[in-house]
Design a protein around this ligand. Structure first.
Ligand code: LUZ
Ligand code: MOS
Length: 762
């Protein structure tokens, strides 16, 4: 089934925030951001701005009618700065004007005097100064301190990965419309309608039942709108509440890039020990997460880094410690993979380092250590593993040895172009790591004309979740898809939702839809059973007809629905689903946090231009564990997009802040993302079909985040291509591998100039 939005998308008819018709009298907001990363506000001068044409009001923290606080996990983030500023871009004032450009013109006329304080942008420096967001977390398995004695090869090193701009096509924004008795209707481009509702309630001083957050769809989220839609929604709602006027703020691209957080950069140390058979016996890692100036979701992201710090491998002795470090950057936030990719990059770097020290290919170590069913992760859960199945199938299907010999002969005969290849296995846990978030609800109405309305807490952001929800309802009712409509996500219809995140949205909400539909079907069967004088078990609904003991009756779906209504049987149902089996004890760092894991293996091939340092992504060939995909077209789209986004993070996307905490890569002229010329020339995706039972909806495993991590293979393929040109290059593990870094490495001769051994090698 095609994505149900494809028709309106290609015709430009899909409704996003900016397509909502404006209510008369709408005012436009614009935030005045701190120009300084850290300091104390001495004087804020609004007088010139207030006199500008069209300006109605300028709000500061003194105008906040509720609590000046929007922090979620930790209450450390004011809606509007009071005396301190903590990052460049932190909102200090909110201008309301009659027109969009008038609001932005007035922002430029606001002046502020700030006494500057020292700025920290580096997480290790923050850690050294004790600037931690939460207590450090450590995951342990076995005992690394004694395990080193069993290792014959030990490698140490450092691995850094940088941030990533979400670059959702639709920027952040919100539109608040006051209703009677102080209620507010709020349109928001958010992955988390309840998170927005909560932030608005807290900052405006309203009850949650007064706030209807309504979301038709987003033009992308990628994690950037899991928590960080709250700010703009809360500002608009506050202004609407105070002024009793509709208020809209839709951020310009450069405002969005400068004021919102990104994927967390990490700086990490690793130590890895192997025995003679190349089994990884011990692994130690220390992660310094650059959280930015406020907690936001950083504690949860940190946790997922630890959960995925051994990727797809079984390692019997693990000690992994993670620090969430407070710096003066915009608060970093959720981004597809949610700390998992950062953890997985480090273990892949450790394996690459060990392989380089041993003079072998990393894939030898990788394949020897893939986890098997029954192997324990450091957090206590046992693997139900498809790692070997994906790895072996990828090798055979894509004829890895033939690829390798083709690359070897290419490299032997070409001087100025070199090819590189890397394998990237993935293992990603599905569920929110915070157990209580793994619940969802659905509200299903069957109308008397036989049409069906479905509401869930799921937010459609291009990932196709509404199509999947529709498939669930169509399957359970056995009616044509055209009968069913997915309603906009609304906090008045579905309460206390988890954000659409953690790859879990289709599972959680799909199961709730399934339960609600089943309830209604059961009631309909009782109605039919009464008519046909049989038991309800003898009734089957199929292709819009009622069957009794396999015989089609003269009751179709419409007749059945109408008869149920006439008998005053409810045609509506609200269902609640909570993932079974999962639990986690954060004090012991042990439990069973995930419903299941998703596995896969990618083979990534690249070619570098050894004069320019530029490169081509030749191919990414994947065997992916879908379970049984309920929508192969949508799932393929998720995988292709995830791969491109992942290799963008690992190769060309370079977030640059200067020492003063100012974003230099603040527009698409300075921040490069993969375009049509830089995506892989070939992406092959082969499903690993497993009939194994799992907790996914229709056994169709979650597909949102896992494929992003295939992109990590591009980083290691580039390293291998560089070595083919310069076998003694010293290449720090410092992602992204931009063309500049490739060029430096190609002509690096530090090893020849200076024969001192690499201090990072034991
Ligand atoms: N968001 C969240 C997530 O709040 N908890 C998670 O575990 C998670 N995982 C992935 C992406 N978003
Ligand atoms: Mo996400 S990183 O699943 O919002």
């Amino acid at each position: 089934m095609k994505n149900i939005d494809s028709r309106t998308h290609v015709r430009g008819e899909s409704i996003y925030l900016d397509d909502i018709p404006l209510v008369q009298g709408t005012l436009f907001g614009a935030a005045f951001p701190s120009p300084i990363a850290h300091g104390i506000i001495k004087r804020l001068d609004l007088s010139v701005a207030e006199a500008m044409p069209g300006v109605v009001k300028i709000l500061t923290y003194q105008d906040v009618t509720g609590e000046n606080q929007i922090g979620g996990i930790v209450p450390d983030e004011p809606l509007l700065a009071e005396h301190h500023v903590h990052y460049v871009g932190m909102p200090i004032a909110f201008v309301l004007a009659e027109a969009d450009d008038q609001a932005r013109a007035a922002v430029k006329k606001i002046t502020v005097d700030i006494d500057p304080l020292p700025v920290i942008t580096d997480p290790r420096e923050a850690h050294a100064k004790g600037e931690l967001i939460i207590r450090p977390r450590t995951h342990r398995l076995g005992d690394t301190s004694t395990a080193w004695a069993q290792c014959t090869h030990i490698s140490k090193g450092r691995a850094d990965s940088n941030g990533q701009e979400h670059l959702y096509i639709e920027t952040q924004g919100a539109y608040a419309i006051p209703q009677e008795n102080n209620a507010i209707k709020l349109y928001s481009s958010t992955q988390g309608p309840t998170a927005v509702q909560r932030a608005v309630a807290r900052s405006s001083g309203l009850a949650m039942h007064q706030i209807d957050v309504d979301v038709t769809r987003l033009g992308g989220g990628f994690g950037g709108k899991e928590d960080q839609a709250n700010m703009w929604a809360a500002l608009c709602a506050l202004a609407a509440h105070i002024l009793r006027k509709p208020v809209k703020y839709s951020l310009h691209r450069m405002e969005d890039m400068a004021m919102t957080g990104k994927r967390h950069p990490y700086s990490s140390d690793f130590k890895i020990g192997l025995d003679d058979e190349l089994r990884i016996i011990a692994y130690e890692a220390t992660f310094y997460q650059n959280a930015g100036a406020a907690a936001d979701l950083s504690p949860a992201v940190l946790e997922r880094t630890l959960f995925h710090c051994t990727n797809s491998y079984f390692i019997p002795n693990v000690t992994a410690t993670a620090y969430s470090c407070r710096t003066h950057l915009p608060p970093n936030t959720a981004f597809r993979g949610f700390g998992g990719p950062q953890g997985m990059f480090v273990i892949e770097a450790a394996i690459a380092k060990a392989a380089e020290n041993l003079g072998i290919d990393a894939s030898v170590i990788q394949s020897r250590n893939l986890n098997k069913t029954g192997d324990e992760f450091a957090y206590g859960q046992k693997a139900v593993s498809e790692a070997h199945a994906c790895w072996n199938k990828a090798q055979e299907l894509y004829e890895l040895s033939a690829i390798r010999s083709r690359i070897d002969s290419f490299n032997a005969t070409n001087v100025l172009y070199k090819k590189g290849i890397a394998l990237m296995p993935i293992c990603f846990g599905i569920s929110f790591t915070n157990t209580r978030m793994n619940q969802a609800r659905a509200l299903v109405h069957v109308y008397t004309d036989g049409s069906v309305g479905v509401s869930t807490g799921a937010v459609e952001m291009g990932q196709g979740v509404n199509t999947k929800m529709l498939q669930v309802a169509a399957h359970e009712f056995s009616v044509r898809p055209e009968r069913i409509k997915l309603q906009a996500t609304s906090t008045y219809r579905i309460a206390n939702t988890s954000p659409s995140a953690a790859s879990a949205t289709a599972d959680l909400n799909g199961k709730a839809v399934q339960m609600a539909c089943t309830e209604i079907v059961n009631r309909l069967k009782v109605v039919a059973a009464g008519e046909f004088q049989v038991s309800a078990e003898e009734i089957i609904l199929k292709d819009e007809w009622v069957y009794v003991n396999g015989e089609r009756t003269d009751w179709d779906w419409n007749r059945l629905v109408m008869e149920a209504f006439t008998k005053r049987v409810s045609l509506s149902e609200h269902a609640h689903y909570a993932t079974p089996e999962i639990h986690y004890d954060a004090s012991r760092e042990k439990g069973h946090p995930f419903a299941y894991h998703v596995y896969g293996t990618a083979i990534v091939e690249v070619t570098i231009d050894c004069l320019r340092g530029t490169y081509d992504m030749e191919s990414v060939k994947v065997v992916h564990d879908f379970g049984v995909s309920m929508n192969p077209l949508i799932d393929r789209g998720q995988i292709e997009g995830g791969i491109v986004q992942g290799l963008g993070w690992m190769t060309m996307e370079e977030v640059v802040y200067d020492k003063a905490g100012r974003l230099r890569s603040n527009a698409l002229s300075t921040y490069k993302v993969p375009d049509i010329y830089s995506v892989p020339k070939e992406i092959a995706i082969e499903p690993l079909k497993t009939e194994q039972d799992n907790l996914a909806i229709f056994r169709s495993k979650a597909v949102g985040e896992p494929p992003l991590m295939y992109g990590i293979g591009a980083y290691f393929a580039l390293r291998n291509a560089i070595y083919a040109f310069n076998s003694t290059a010293a290449i720090p593990f410092d992602a992204p591998m931009t063309p500049e870094k490739v060029l430096l490495a190609l002509y690096d001769n530090s090893a020849k100039e200076d024969s001192v051994t690499n201090e990072q090698t034991e």
